[in-house]
Design a protein around this ligand. Structure first.
Ligand SMILES: C[C@](O)(CO)[C@H](O)COP(=O)(O)OP(=O)(O)OC[C@H]1O[C@@H](n2ccc(N)nc2=O)[C@H](O)[C@@H]1O
Ligand SMILES: Nc1ncnc2c1ncn2[C@@H]1O[C@H](COP(=O)(O)OP(=O)(O)OP(=O)(O)O)[C@@H](O)[C@H]1O
Length: 283
């Protein structure tokens, strides 16, 4: 039996540059790991079958589960046909823009690489992860990175800015495919915000990082889900600091420079939102 942590991410930036012939969108985004995580347990299954179970009732327990898809992709890439029992202790909210499923998939890749003694490098695992989902390669590497292409091309951003993150998850489930599907060319960014965001991270300029955070999917999500728009306004009024959305949403976040400030905001938001989380950057 082996355990592996699966960390969530937030998008510090997300710029959509255009639509590709393969139906995906060309993106430019700065992704940051945060210390909100699922715990993945892996155990050999003599049956030879890949099985998954979870404390969360709202995720699939068949081949549609990204953890199963990852185990299958890894087996196929290595020409193996081994079984594994995967248990997902879920803490990351589902369909929330925090890459929960992708994080689980990445943890399965890292964990099975150890358990099956495959000796694959992180880059090799990330390439297999790209077959499972666009966010999986980043989740394999973790930390902070610039992600381009459809999100699978990564360049590490080695910063040591410490920041606290207060997350609020409005009570709706958002489909990533649907949000990308409603994007119109007027939402495409002429120049990616990562160009200014990365230097700001490297010089540990907290105020600039917070000011520069953007999300090119936010307008599409807000237009489609009025609950998210409403929550955004309420959080803005309570926080007195900029609010941003992660991924395709609906999770909103505020960045704070100190734990005491983050704790105060967390307490305030708990007054009107059911799902609030207090976390920090993980490097
Ligand atoms: C919104 C983000 O989470 C931001 O980090 C990612 O861009 C989405 O990553 P993901 O959920 O791993 O996405 P995938 O599972 O690869 O794709 C789901 C669907 O989103 C759309 N999609 C995704 C990524 C991308 N660069 N362009 C897209 O248009 C496609 O319709 C795709 O069918
Ligand atoms: N292991 C998993 N954990 C969570 N959701 C999963 C998992 N496997 C499959 N799914 C399905 O994937 C969909 C997206 O869930 P997920 O939590 O990964 O969304 P997300 O955080 O918005 O992802 P992303 O930020 O990568 O777009 C849900 O409909 C869910 O049923």
């Amino acid at each position: 039996m082996l355990a592996e942590r699966a960390y969530a991410k937030i998008n510090l930036t997300l710029d959509v540059l255009g639509r590709r012939p393969d139906g995906y969108h060309e993106v430019d985004m700065v992704l940051q790991t945060i210390d909100l995580s699922d715990l993945i347990w892996l155990e050999d299954a003599p049956s030879g079958v890949i099985e998954v179970s979870s404390n969360a009732a709202n995720i699939p327990t068949d081949a549609r589960n990204l953890a199963v898809a990852a185990a299958r992709a890894l087996s196929a890439a290595c020409g193996l046909a081994r079984g594994v029992r995967i248990r997902i202790d879920k803490q990351i909210p589902v369909a929330a823009g925090l890459a929960g499923g992708s994080a689980d998939a990445a943890a399965v890749l890292r964990g099975l690489n150890r358990m099956w003694q495959l000796g694959l490098s992180a880059d090799e695992l990330a390439a297999i992860g790209a077959q499972v989902g666009s966010d999986v390669p980043f989740c394999v590497l973790g930390g902070c990175a610039l992600a381009t292409g459809r999100g699978e091309q990564l360049r590490k951003v080695d910063h040591d800015l410490r920041a606290w993150v207060v997350l609020v998850r409005p009570p709706v489930f958002v489909s990533t495919a649907e949000v990308y599907g409603t994007l119109t060319p007027d939402r495409y960014a002429p120049a990616p915000a990562s160009r200014a965001m990365i230097p700001a991270l490297l010089r540990r300029d907290f105020d600039a990082v917070r000011r520069l955070s953007v999300n090119g999917l936010a307008a599409a999500t807000l237009a489609r889900y009025p609950e998210v728009r409403q929550m955004w306004q309420r959080v803005e009024q309570a926080a007195h600091v900029p609010v941003q959305m992660s991924g395709s949403g609906p999770t909103l976040y505020c960045l704070l420079p100190a734990r005491s400030m983050a704790q105060r905001l967390y307490n305030a938001l708990r007054g009107f939102a059911r799902e609030v989380y207090l976390c920090r950057f993980v490097s």
